[in-house]
Design a protein around this ligand. Structure first.
Ligand code: DON
Length: 558
């Protein structure tokens, strides 16, 4: 026990001593971690320095993010982790939430029943991190959890982005309905949070301490489970003790694809991320792209690849334990068929691909982290509460937020319409079913050696953010720093509009005119994604960790 506490204190001190200046880019040789949060990345780095594997580091970082980035870092949500070894072996971990046993396909038809507690899926994060750690960890479980306990107990200094985000959360959350949220995340004196203020979370520390001591059973059974069930009963939610006991994380065969001689290892269903990414890249690969990254032809062809892959996403993808997903979606042959009807001089109309279907917008909160260790083990981890701060329901007395991941199911069976709803069968609600995700943790290899670790938040935009970064690096030779900073765009099939980052219009104003001339509807977004990524130079072995600075971020390495 003493050993554990000392190690935790050392890991905690490591980031405290690092003091303040968040690093956007780090170059190093042994190992690196990059995430949205400075203290979390430093805790991940400390795990690497202690001799931990990339999975130890990712798990330590993820638990730390549950403390330092409450908008998306979580215990009460779910996600996916892809790990690839230096030998080309890889595993994918699925800790997506599931619908409770009492869920039904029509439970959200009546708008009055779409309450925060009913939107909560059975959380997967803690089981998933435990499973990945059991199979790839070198440090003791308690050692990787304990730094987060310390961080919650003694508090950490909020950065400007976090302070602003918490103020916005409190301003927009009803004080009576979300009383526990206000108690836990409100400033003790009642004022607004400022950068540098300390957020102390004693109840979260106790929950994390139970997880450190008992493993995932410290969450899914005993005191924490009792508190979750009591919270559900207070808000007429559906999750029971039996749902929590029955939850299991899954190791899945990662999805593999290739792009212009590079190998991709990414997440299979129930995320749509990997399938849609590989399908779109396969289509793009059938074209010789121009040298100018921003030529209208390049952007147009990418949009058309996105459009077709997202059409199949909407049509076919769901939890593979419940629906059969056609294997051809990721085949090169199928991509050639799809590419054959792309007109290089004209935008396809989405309804010409299959009727009048549109997709609902999603809010931009989730978080991604990338890690590489000294042995060359790479981890790409994306996890989420779905909306920013999830359902905003904090489990009374346990200090953590619950997800609102049930949002990711199709809510109205059979109703697919131009307002953005999809009611196709593959993603309707069923007891114990996983809701479809777009998260896309991805590792790119060359000759079986990892060269890029990437992923992003951003709901449906996630897959297209990853697609832009993969193409930036492979097609246009950008460094990881350049690729993470470069403008991104997103076409989701429906709504039939391409959404470009504002910086792209500012840098290339004529591109918008040219796209419109080809028949694309162009809309603008302030920013897309938050893709903390790592590249490894296959020749020199040099590691470059690049934080995405669209929100905040910190790269740490040694
Ligand atoms: O699983 C998904 O695809 C979504 N629930 C992720 C939500 C998200 O990324 C929100 N925005 N960043």
């Amino acid at each position: 026990m003493l050993r554990i506490s000392l190690l935790a204190a050392l890991m905690h001190l490591a980031w405290t001593a690092a003091g303040g200046a968040a690093e956007a880019t780090v170059r190093c040789r042994q190992g690196a971690v990059v995430s949205v949060s400075e203290p979390a990345s430093e805790i991940g780095l400390a795990a690497l320095r202690q001799g931990g594997s990339a999975v130890d580091s990712a798990v330590a970082t993820a638990f730390a993010l549950a403390v330092t980035y409450p908008a998306a870092g979580n215990l009460g949500g779910g996600g996916f982790l892809v790990v690839a070894g230096p030998d080309g072996n890889a595993d994918a971990y699925d800790f997506r939430e599931v619908a409770p046993a009492a869920a039904t396909p029509t439970m959200f038809v009546d708008p009055a029943r779409r309450t925060p507690h009913r939107r909560v899926g059975v959380p997967g994060t803690v089981r998933g991190l435990e499973l990945a750690h059991r199979q790839h960890g070198l440090l003791a479980w308690a050692d990787v959890v304990r730094p987060a306990v310390e961080l919650a107990r003694s508090g950490f200094a909020l950065d400007g982005a976090n302070a602003q985000s918490l103020n916005e959360l409190l301003r927009t959350s009803d004080k009576q309905q979300f009383a526990e949220l206000h108690r836990v995340f409100g400033k003790p004196d009642g004022g607004s949070w400022q950068a540098g203020d300390r957020l102390v979370q004693p109840e979260l520390a106790k929950t994390l301490a139970r997880i450190a001591a008992q493993g995932a059973d410290g969450f899914y059974a005993g005191e924490t489970a009792d508190k979750i069930v009591a919270e559900m009963q207070l808000g007429a939610g559906l999750i029971t003790a039996a749902d929590l006991r029955a939850y299991s994380a899954k190791r899945r065969e990662p999805l593999r694809g290739s792009y212009r001689g590079y190998q991709l290892v990414t997440m299979p269903p129930p995320s749509s991320g990997g399938t849609t990414l590989i399908e779109a890249l396969n289509i793009l690969e059938t074209f010789d792209l121009d040298r100018d990254r921003w030529s209208v032809r390049n952007v147009h062809l990418t949009i058309e690849a996105m459009r077709r892959a997202y059409r199949d996403r909407a049509r076919y993808l769901g939890d593979p334990d419940f629906v059969a997903i056609p294997a051809r979606l990721t085949s090169k042959e199928y991509a050639r068929d799809l590419a054959a009807n792309i007109d290089p001089r004209r935008a396809t109309r989405s309804q010409d691909l299959a009727g009048d279907i549109s997709l609902a917008p999603e809010s931009p909160q989730t978080t991604h982290l990338s890690v590489i260790d000294r042995a060359g083990l790479a981890v790409s981890l994306t996890y989420t509460l779905e909306s920013s701060y999830g359902s905003r329901v904090v489990v009374r007395g346990a200090g953590f937020l619950l997800n609102d991941e049930m949002n990711d199911f199709g809510w109205l069976p059979g109703v697919t319409d131009s307002s953005g709803r999809i009611g196709t069968k593959a993603n309707l609600i069923a007891p114990h079913k996983r809701m479809l995700s777009s998260m896309c943790p991805t590792i790119v290899l060359r000759n079986d050696r990892t060269v890029l670790i990437t992923g992003s938040p951003g709901g449906r935009t996630i897959i297209n953010t990853v697609l832009c970064i993969v193409s930036d690096t492979i097609d246009f030779g950008m460094s990881v720093r350049e690729a993470v900073a470069a403008p991104r765009w997103h076409h989701p099939w429906f709504p039939d509009a391409v959404r470009i980052e504002r910086q792209l219009r500012e840098q290339r104003p004529q591109l918008v005119d040219e796209l419109e001339y080809l028949g694309h509807k162009v809309v603008e977004a302030a920013a897309q994604g938050d893709a903390h990524s790592i590249a490894i130079d296959p020749e020199s072995g040099e590691i470059t960790a690049a934080a995405d600075t669209r929100i905040s971020g910190h790269a740490a390495g040694y």
